[in-house]
Ligand binder design. Structure first.
Ligand code: ZN
Length: 596
């Protein structure tokens, strides 16, 4: 996952404590999802599951409580209505065993069909959503599974929709129209669907088809298509290079934008689902979002901590290793951008600097604890710390491996070796796998003390001495930046004032709620990132007022904005001039993905 704005829809409680009955064996499992204009017009999906039974033994079916990658309990069963099992046209008896589990009593051998409606109006990229011409859903939302029967069973999926509406999914196509198949439940639930009127385009990168699926369709402009494929052409080969293979048949970027989203991305084994505000469709963070989610195709979807293998779907699956799954994905997301030339080295150093300041502003927290706490959304300031601190520790491990091996090996070797020795052998990685490979890459150097202090402990990381091994240093700048003292709302027509602080500069200039911003001084205000440009342009300015151009109704007005400078401390990572040759080689090796 990648967080832009975090709105948690967590509901307290857990169903995992009790031992549920094991379901009778069911076979020949198929699902039919109806996403036609009638269904999506009611913001619903029609779901039908069919299977064969051999007798009257109770069938116990459950819906997942969460979606892998999105470590929040979402209880998808809360969106189910009209639950109805039938056999030969007759209703079957059923009861709930808990709030996500149903027990059904068949009348005898034969085919059972279970139907329900699924409410598809969630503002969350892990949960189904609909518009009058569109549906998005994730397999975890709608595909019931038999309890206690494992997940290694094949299934078919048919999508019923309007003629002329498209269906996009990573699932394998099956004969017929809009038919698909999966060999096991884990794959079945990890292949999201777009259905309806959306734009799709594809290109080949490193011999694989990479697709863009954009909703609304008009948002996939020629310029965005070319720009996005350009980023992918640059960074994807550098991600493949880490592992030596691209382990998917094809790959899809599902990109939805709207005026209200739970912004960010969610990774799947051959796709990513990204949701951003319409005003952020051209935001500078997009390549970072796509690169992060793409790297998950290896790191967490395949190379995964043993705690998460196999996935369980009925309850939170805790692990102390999300700092590797998310933090190191963040690190490689940024590395692939600089190695591929999407960003320059300054962009990468800024990424590291942001991590340093995130660590500094959070309470001292062990990476393993921050990982465990992903599920509960800690409120002490350490929530999500496994991203920046995990990424930074990954960077330090890379530096230390290169330093200990005279830049002959790197964290890339560790990632590839752990991938080959665990995922490729059908298992997750253990602490011994991880630290063993790190130590081997670093010429046998022990990392036990490092892990005890900075991963499982809360000690302050000796940043200066470790960064100097890569000819880098960190310092803090104090900036004096102008502030408007307003809140704004952004839509396709521009940026509108939504709130005004009574004592701020905007209030003093005479701004009113509903005014539309045009420019401040020399800076045109067109998107959310215009405010960054405004602060940068007038940082430390000696001007006492700036012209503030607005539209108020049909009027165009120029107000005088008093300049109010606020202090901001900025962390900067930069190269050490005239550093030792070895340290420069290490820095260059990290930026280029090379070893000596
Ligand atoms: Zn992620």
């Amino acid at each position: 996952m990648f967080r832009v704005l975090v709105i948690a829809f967590a509901i307290a409680g857990s169903a995992g404590g009790q031992q549920l009955k094991t379901s009778a064996q069911i076979t020949n499992i198929g699902y039919e999802i109806t996403a036609d204009s009638a269904a999506v017009g009611q913001r619903q999906l029609g779901v039908a599951m069919t299977f064969n039974v051999s007798g009257t033994a109770p069938v116990v079916l459950a819906l997942p409580a969460w979606s892998p990658g999105h470590y929040v309990m979402l209880w998808f069963s809360r969106r189910v209505s009209n639950f109805s099992p039938r056999q030969n046209g007759a209703a079957l008896e059923w009861r709930e065993l808990d709030f996500q589990t149903w027990e059904i009593t068949p009348r005898g051998a034969g085919t059972v069909t279970v139907t329900f409606k699924y409410l598809a109006n969630a503002v969350d990229r892990a949960v189904a959503w609909t518009a009058p011409n569109f549906a998005f859903f994730n397999g975890t939302n709608v595909f019931l599974y038999p309890v206690g029967r494992g997940f290694e069973w094949p299934a078919r999926v048919t999508v019923r929709t309007e003629p002329g509406w498209r269906v996009a999914t990573g699932m394998d196509p099956a004969p017929g129209t809009n038919n698909f198949s999966a060999t096991n439940y884990h794959d079945l639930t990890d292949m999201p669907f777009y259905v309806g009127r959306f734009a799709i385009d594809s290109t080949q990168i490193a011999g694989k088809w990479i697709r863009l699926a954009f909703y609304p369709a008009a948002t996939l402009t020629t310029a965005r298509r070319d720009r996005t494929f350009g980023w992918l052409q640059k960074f994807v080969p550098h991600q493949i290079a880490v592992f030596g293979e691209a382990p998917f048949r094809n790959y899809t970027i599902f990109q939805r934008s709207d005026t209200v989203v739970n912004g960010g991305g969610l990774e799947h084994q051959s796709s990513q689902v990204d949701e951003v505000l319409t005003s952020q469709l051209d935001a500078p963070y997009l390549p970072g979002l796509y690169s992060h989610e793409f790297f998950h195709a290896w790191n967490v979807k395949r190379l995964r901590p043993a705690d998460l293998v196999p996935y369980r779907y009925d309850d939170a699956q805790q692990t102390t290793w999300l700092w590797v799954s998310e933090g190191i994905t963040d690190y490689y997301g940024a590395l692939a951008l600089v190695r591929g030339g999407v960003n320059d080295s300054t962009g990468f150093f800024d990424f590291i600097a942001d991590e340093v300041s995130s660590i500094a502003s959070a309470p001292p927290t062990a990476l393993s604890d921050a990982s465990l706490n992903a599920w509960i959304g800690s409120t002490d300031g350490s929530g999500g710390l496994y991203y920046p601190k995990g990424g930074f520790v990954g960077f330090l491990l890379d530096i230390m491996i290169r330093d200990a091996s005279d830049n002959r090996r790197s964290l890339d070797n560790v990632m590839r070796n752990v991938y080959n020795q665990t995922y490729k052998r059908g298992r997750g990685f253990t602490p011994a796998d991880w630290w063993g490979e790190i130590s081997r890459a670093a010429n046998g150097k022990s990392f036990a003390d490092f892990a005890r202090r900075y991963v499982d402990g809360r000690q302050q990381i000796p940043i200066d001495s470790l960064l100097s091994l890569a000819a880098l240093r960190v310092k803090t700048d104090t900036l004096r930046e102008p502030r408007l003292g307003v809140s704004t709302a952004t839509d396709s027509t521009g940026i509108t004032i939504s709130q005004i602080a009574l004592t701020g500069a905007g209030a003093a200039a005479g701004l009113r709620v509903g005014d539309r911003l045009v420019s401040i001084g020399e800076v045109a205000i067109t998107t959310d990132s215009s405010f960054d440009a405004f602060r940068a342009r007038y940082s430390g300015t000696t001007a006492t007022t700036l012209p503030l151009v607005i539209r108020r109704g049909a009027q165009s007005l120029t107000l005088q904005l008093p300049v109010r400078l606020n202090t901001r401390v900025r962390t900067v990572v930069s190269p050490i001039p005239a550093a030792p040759e070895k340290a420069v080689r290490i820095r260059t090796g990290i930026l280029k993905g090379s070893t000596s």
